[in-house]
Design a protein around this ligand. Structure first.
Ligand code: PMV
Length: 337
């Protein structure tokens, strides 16, 4: 009753912000993301009849409190689905290039959902595993799939829009600060919905941006995709800025990177920014321009590092016979799905 799963992080091009149903964790708006190859989580789950409770180790630290209870809630769903009563030992590692504050729940809950269902002996279709991940963290639903992925409002699981190699782009992550984010996404969403007069406008308009993003992805049209991506991110942040009190994720370096991206564009390079519930800036560009854009972003004062990502693969499992250290080594040595 052991499984080891790998899932990659994703960045939304059409953003999700706001829950239609808080208890079930269903998004209020549709979203579309790109799964990234360079940011991933490795998770091993072992159900064991001799255990008296669930335990979880993340990057070598024992989890307690809410981080642990989010994991046990997902494990409870898996136990119910598999009709087993055993507790589990969870071990997980974020393989994110050393940059604090980047690790997201997306790859973590996607890897956990896949490893836990497999360890429990369930061979579920990916969209059902995606639905289990969504209940823990909606963005995690999208990380079960590689490439271009949509999560519709009200839909249990995510769906593939296009394979990773559909469109030769790169996503550059400009790291602008160290440390964890100030306001978590669930808290930020709840507060925005409760207090921002712009929230309703965001929820009404987000589906229009989702359609523009999806159509441009399918058409492999970066010139049409970029402006829709930027509007989605800025409109989401506008809803937070209008909350009472405001939720502000921008730092001076965040704005400096955005200004540099706009400058690059004025000089003829197709580069477009997005940002999430944190101060880092993610820049979408053509694969062929990635190295030059990465250099330009790295020169912006305050940028700590730039991580170059390409479209990443579906979540997958490794041989459960490996111990955790061997699994980490296997992934570091570049063994793919
Ligand atoms: O699913 P969560 O709670 O990690 O929220 C994700 C929110 C954003 O990253 C800001 C947008 C998105 O669609 O990923």
């Amino acid at each position: 009753m052991i499984a080891i799963a790998i899932a990659h992080s994703n960045i939304a091009l059409a953003k999700y912000w706001g829950k239609a149903d808080v208890a079930g964790n269903f998004p209020a708006v549709p979203s579309l993301s790109l799964t990234l190859d360079a940011l991933l989580t490795i998770t091993r789950v072992e159900f064991d009849p001799t255990l008296g409770a669930d335990s979880a180790l993340l990057d070598g630290e024992v989890l307690t409190g809410r981080p642990l209870s989010r994991i046990t809630t997902l494990l409870d769903r898996v136990r119910e689905r598999a009709s087993i009563g055993f507790f589990a030992k969870v071990e997980s590692r974020n393989e994110f290039p050393t940059a604090a504050g980047l690790a997201s729940s997306a790859s973590g809950f996607a890897a956990l959902a896949l490893a836990a269902t497999r360890a429990a002996g369930l061979e579920l279709p990916i969209d059902e595993i995606s639905g289990m991940a969504r209940a823990a963290s909606a963005s995690a639903a999208r990380s079960l799939y590689g490439g271009w992925v949509a999560l519709r409002a009200g839909s249990p699981g995510a769906e593939r829009v296009a394979a990773p190699d559909h469109f030769p782009v790169a996503m550059l992550v400009a790291v602008t600060a160290a440390g964890p984010k100030a306001v978590g996404s669930t808290e930020g969403m709840t507060h925005t919905r409760a207090t921002s007069p712009y929230y309703a406008t965001w929820v009404n308009h987000a589906p229009v941006l989702f359609e523009r993003v999806r159509d441009a992805v399918l058409a492999r049209d970066l010139a049409a995709l970029g402006p829709a991506v930027e509007q989605s991110a800025l409109m989401m942040h506008a809803s937070m800025l209008a909350a009472d009190p405001a939720v502000i994720y921008f730092l001076p370096t965040t704005l400096a990177v955005i200004a540099r991206v706009r400058e690059l564009r004025a000089q003829g390079t197709a580069a477009f920014f997005t940002m999430d519930a944190g101060p880092h800036v993610k820049v979408l560009t053509q694969k062929s321009a990635a190295a030059d854009v990465a250099t330009a972003l790295g020169e912006v004062a305050g940028v700590k590092r730039v991580i170059v990502c390409r479209p990443g693969p579906d979540a997958y499992c490794l041989d459960p016979g490996l111990d955790f250290a061997q699994a980490v080594e296997r992934v570091r040595s570049g063994a793919g799905p």
